[in-house]
Design a protein around this ligand. Structure first.
Ligand code: GDP
Ligand code: IMO
Ligand code: MG
Length: 430
């Protein structure tokens, strides 16, 4: 059963979008299964750059059908503006080719206000969320008081449910956070309008995808965020509120376990993170500036969704091995190898030092890594510009050694390497 899953093996922004775009060539369906518009997936095709937040990146290929699964939380305002932006760029995201699960939950202005109030209340312990209402929307889902997109099918009932939701949020905002309440009437009117536009997109996507798989169609599941931001398996509490890991794809699309063929783990050739939380191989100073860039190039390390500078560091193999285990990754796709060109030396974090001991695994998962200091292996660097490389043989010897060392340390084959943001800037390793 041909379900392929593309997941982030780090803290998000690994370059999932660019590889989903590549792999969508042979997919019939491309499906987002987790997160919301906290995601920002960049795809560069010629002179056009798309930054997708909710709609799966594969929609750019006209032969695909896009799916937003039950595991996603949807801000209707963002979804509708993304549909409009795509349409202006000549890409149709009509109800015929974009299907939204009836069981996906909605993000409301109430969730946005709660996200801001909760982050402010955390003070120095703030998570550094994207302030997109993600945590509060999933909180309502788990509390069994959320609003699902299927409720938009019946506008009269939805109006009542929506207003009741805003009144309940207002209670939380005023009593717990001394924040301003929202206007129930205006927000309800606004959401009725969104519901009118979104109704035709709503489907039972689990059934649709299961039948497609049975009929031999190919489904590509596009993960948002990354393994280390997973609610259960990430650097808790500095995580997002969904399941970006491979198992999340089955849960977030309503598919059975037997359907998976490949799990592609996307990892940068180095490590980045936006927001707070532990990061043992983080670097500062000149090396950080060199890895992050100054913002002059579109691929420099500044958040796609929030514009925040990303924290940067060396590739962490302990965390990568952990991601392989948690997801059952079958192959690796490495991005941004071109960024390492011209460095004096390249480091890989192969272990940690803690209380006089060296660790090569995580005794209690990644939540505990705050106190660990990195053990590095130093590899020779290369000076050549890699952006024109298209074959394994085109890569300089030191770049090939770097990739082979990652394979050796992780035990997983590297199948794809990208050397620039553009569609054709990649090397397939046979
Ligand atoms: P995602 O969230 O995992 O899809 O990743 P983002 O789109 O947030 O961030 C990845 C950034 O790196 C984007 O600006 C991409 O255009 C860019 N990018 C992807 N692959 C490469 C690469 O191989 N080299 C360079 N220089 N940029 C890349
Ligand atoms: P893509 O799909 C990188 C981070 C936030 C914050 C934490 C919790 O583009 O890889 P949230 O708003 O989800 O409650 O914030 O998660 N975060 C991301 N970091 N890439 C993302 O998505 C992210 N989505 C959320 O910065 O640390
Ligand atoms: Mg991103």
């Amino acid at each position: 059963m041909p379900l392929d899953i593309v997941i982030g093996a780090q803290w998000g922004d690994e370059g999932k979008g660019r590889f989903v775009d590549l792999l969508s060539v042979s997919a019939d369906y491309v499906a987002r299964y987790n997160g919301g518009d906290n995601a920002g997936h960049t795809v560069t095709v010629g002179k056009q750059t798309f930054k997708l937040h909710l709609i799966p990146s594969g929609i750019i290929h006209p032969h695909t059908t896009g799916i937003i699964g039950n595991g996603v939380v949807i801000n209707p305002a963002i979804l509708l503006s993304e549909i409009d932006e795509l349409s202006q760029a000549g890409i149709t995201a009509s109800p015929e080719r974009l299907h939204i699960s009836h069981a996906a939950h909605l993000i409301t202005p109430g969730h946005l206000a709660l996200d801001a109030a909760q982050e402010a209340a955390r003070g120095r312990g703030a998570i550094g969320t994207t302030l997109r209402g993600i945590g509060p929307a999933y909180t309502d889902k788990v509390a069994r008081s959320g609003l699902r997109s299927g409720q938009m099918m019946n506008l009269d009932k939805f109006a009542g449910d929506f207003e009741a939701h805003i009144l309940s949020v207002n209670q939380r905002l005023t009593s717990l956070h001394s924040a301003e309440p929202l206007d129930p009437e205006t927000t309800t009117r606004q959401y009725i309008e969104y519901a009118r536009r979104l109704k035709p997109y709503i489907r039972e996507v689990s059934r649709e995808l299961s039948e497609a798989l049975k009929n031999g169609k190919r489904v590509l599941a596009e993960g948002a965020q990354g393994t280390l931001l997973d609610l259960d398996h990430g650097t808790y509490p500095y995580v997002t509120s969904s399941s970006p890991t491979a198992a999340g794809a089955l849960l977030g699309l309503g598919l059975g376990i037997g359907s998976v063929e490949r799990v592609v783990g996307v990892t940068k050739a180095f490590q980045t993170r936006v927001g707070a939380g532990p990061f043992p191989s983080e670097v500062f100073g000149d090396t950080a500036l060199r890895l992050r860039g100054t913002g002059e190039h579109p691929w420099d390390e500044f958040g796609t969704t929030t514009g925040r500078p990303r924290r940067v560091g060396w590739l962490d193999i302990v965390l990568l091995r952990y991601a392989l285990r948690i997801n059952g990754i079958t192959e690796l796709a490495i991005t941004k190898l071109d960024i390492l060109s011209g460095l004096e030396q390249i480091k890989i974090c192969t272990g940690y030092r803690s209380a006089g001991q060296e660790l090569y695994d995580l005794p209690y998962g990644p939540g505990e890594i705050e106190a660990y200091s990195p053990v590095y292996e130093v590899l020779p660097a290369w000076q050549a510009d890699l952006r024109g490389c298209r074959n394994w043989e085109d890569l300089p010897g030191a770049a090939r050694r770097f990739i082979l060392r990652i394979e050796e340390l992780s035990g997983i084959p590297v199948r794809l390497i990208s050397v620039g943001p553009e569609r054709e800037q990649f090397v397939e390793v046979s």
